[in-house]
Ligand binder design. Structure first.
Ligand SMILES: *Cc1c(COP(=O)(O)O)cnc(C)c1O
Length: 496
């Protein structure tokens, strides 16, 4: 390959579409374009429809085409993408997106994330970015302080709670194997005794995914009933009593449909009493944030007794996608699960903390910077106020639902997820399910707000989550109006 460089005399702006080294002028021009486009988007986000229910055919018409032969100006490429993709951009970072459990991006986090791209550090090893590695360590320390977790716990910044669950359960697998005399990371699981897993039935799908990835088996786990979203602790004790040797127990703090919490203290007591030993992993994707407010902290009491904890950054911490974190009490088990050899990455004995020894990735984005900037900018007080405000929104909305005829709150809403349904009198169960399915579609198409559907205890339901820093009381009023309007449109048709 020949790489041509413009000579000193000819060194002006590179031709559009060329990848010849021209490090600053082209970069600055492209960044300025992206900045202007982002400013226009964010400046209008509160006004634009939240949902873009583009069909696959629309998006394919906009974007599915052969690789271009000739290039173009980098800023034009960015602008062209935004224009073409517009029909499919969901304002999920905006204040009226109540779907899933999303969260937005605070000013500090978004700016930090931009900077992370600009300085492009590789968080694979201490040597590849001492600044990055130390920042990640500091973020983990700050998060432990924020959530009042033991300071000695090891941890890692992940891409989300899914990978954080994988990290915690990989450490659990390592611990259980060691108790049985083998090293799962080194030896594999073939021909070894099974490693029993007991989990609540209400666990998030990502737990099953992690068990599948780790060779522990989605269906090999014993799933304990979880009425109302919280694990039946007596059933857990009975299941564990049938299990010999070390067991892995998975519990949850903040169930995704309605926000219920497992009774973690009681679960931890059961684990502590298991003769073969039990590793307690807690999926606390958003529920961990209950610990920030004194009035909510009892919900997550006992999480400090866990062996590993998974949580999300891109939900309630309001950092941009993607970000999450995992904490593990036994750092040796974590490092044994993820140790990597190879002469060219082998950590220098004198160097500091080695990020890639604590999680599944090697080269990785400097995700911790967005979190550092947010924690620095808002501090404990800012996050505590955010948590309290979000819970006030959820509880205000739940109270409105309870007072509104024809709407049913389906479960208590202890935190930020509110699960409800349209239930006009005189409608049978199947028709009520159909009405609620149609209502979710209609609410999304309406565009004022975004909510998602679910099935709660056999009933088709609607759910709204309140974890975006930008949401204000006016947005809650719009949500209530939209829910009421869609009811006025659909209920007469369903009952008439
Ligand atoms: C969102 C969520 C997850 C998965 O997190 P990702 O951010 O999608 O990786 C796991 N558990 C719970 C309870 C969740 O709410």
């Amino acid at each position: 390959m020949t790489v041509t460089r413009p000579g000193a005399a000819g060194r002006g702006a590179a031709a559009p579409g060329s990848l010849e080294p021209d490090p600053f002028a082209a970069t600055l021009a492209a960044l300025n374009r992206a900045h202007a486009l982002a400013a226009a988007y964010l400046g209008g986000i509160a006004e634009r429809p939240v949902s873009r229910r583009a069909e696959a055919i629309t998006m394919a018409a906009a974007l599915d085409e052969p690789l271009p032969e000739a290039g173009c100006d980098p800023g034009d490429a960015v602008a062209e993408w935004l224009e073409r993709a517009e029909p499919g951009i969901v304002a999920s970072g905006g204040p009226r997106f109540f779907g899933f459990v999303n969260g937005g991006a605070t000013p500090a986090a978004l700016a930090g994330d931009w900077l992370a791209s600009a300085i492009d550090q590789n968080l694979v090893a201490w040597a590849s970015s001492p600044a990055g590695a130390q920042t990640e360590l500091t973020v983990l320390r700050w998060l432990k302080e924020l959530f009042d977790l033991p300071s000695g716990w090891a941890g890692t910044v992940t891409s989300g709670a899914t990978v954080a669950n994988l990290v915690g359960l990989a450490a659990a697998r390592q611990w259980a194997g060691a108790r049985l005399g083998f090293d799962p990371a080194r030896d594999g699981l073939g021909g070894r005794p099974a490693l029993p897993v007991v989990a609540g039935e209400a666990m998030h799908a990502s737990v099953a995914k992690a068990l599948a990835t780790l060779g522990l088996g989605r269906d090999a786990a014993r799933w304990v009933p979880a009425p109302g979203g919280a694990m039946d602790v007596d059933a857990l004790a009975a299941t564990l009593a049938e299990t010999d040797g070390p067991a892995i127990v998975v519990a949850g703090a903040g169930e995704v449909n309605a926000g219920a919490f497992d009774r973690l203290d009681a679960v931890a007591d059961v684990c502590a009493a298991h003769p073969g030993g039990a590793w307690l992993h807690v999926d606390a994707a958003f529920g961990l944030f209950a610990r920030l407010a004194p009035r909510l902290a009892p919900l997550a009491r006992g999480v400090e007794r866990a062996d590993s904890v998974a949580a999300d950054g891109h939900k309630w911490l309001n950092v941009p996608y993607d970000g999450g974190f995992a904490f593990v009490r036994d750092g040796e088990a974590l490092r044994a699960a993820f140790a990597a050899g190879g002469a060219y990455v082998a950590p220098d004995a004198d160097a500091g903390w080695n990020p890639s020894g604590h999680g599944p990735e090697m080269s990785r984005r400097f995700r911790a910077l967005a979190a550092w900037c947010a924690l620095r900018a808002y501090g404990r007080a800012g996050y505590r106020a955010l948590v309290e405000r979000c819970v006030d929104h959820a509880q205000g909305f739940a109270a409105w639902l309870e007072a509104e005829p024809g709407l049913d709150l389906l479960a208590p809403a202890p935190l930020i997820v509110v699960c409800f349904r349209y239930a006009p009198p005189g409608l049978g169960p199947a028709e009520t399910d159909a009405l609620n399915r149609a209502a979710v579609t209609a609410l999304q198409a309406d565009g004022r707000v975004f909510v998602t559907g679910t099935v709660w205890e056999g009933k088709v339901a609607v759910r709204a989550a309140f974890d975006n820093w930008a949401t204000g009381p006016g947005d809650i009023a719009v949500l209530q109006e939209a829910v009421a309007d869609i009811g006025r449109q659909l209920v007469p048709m369903a009952t008439g």
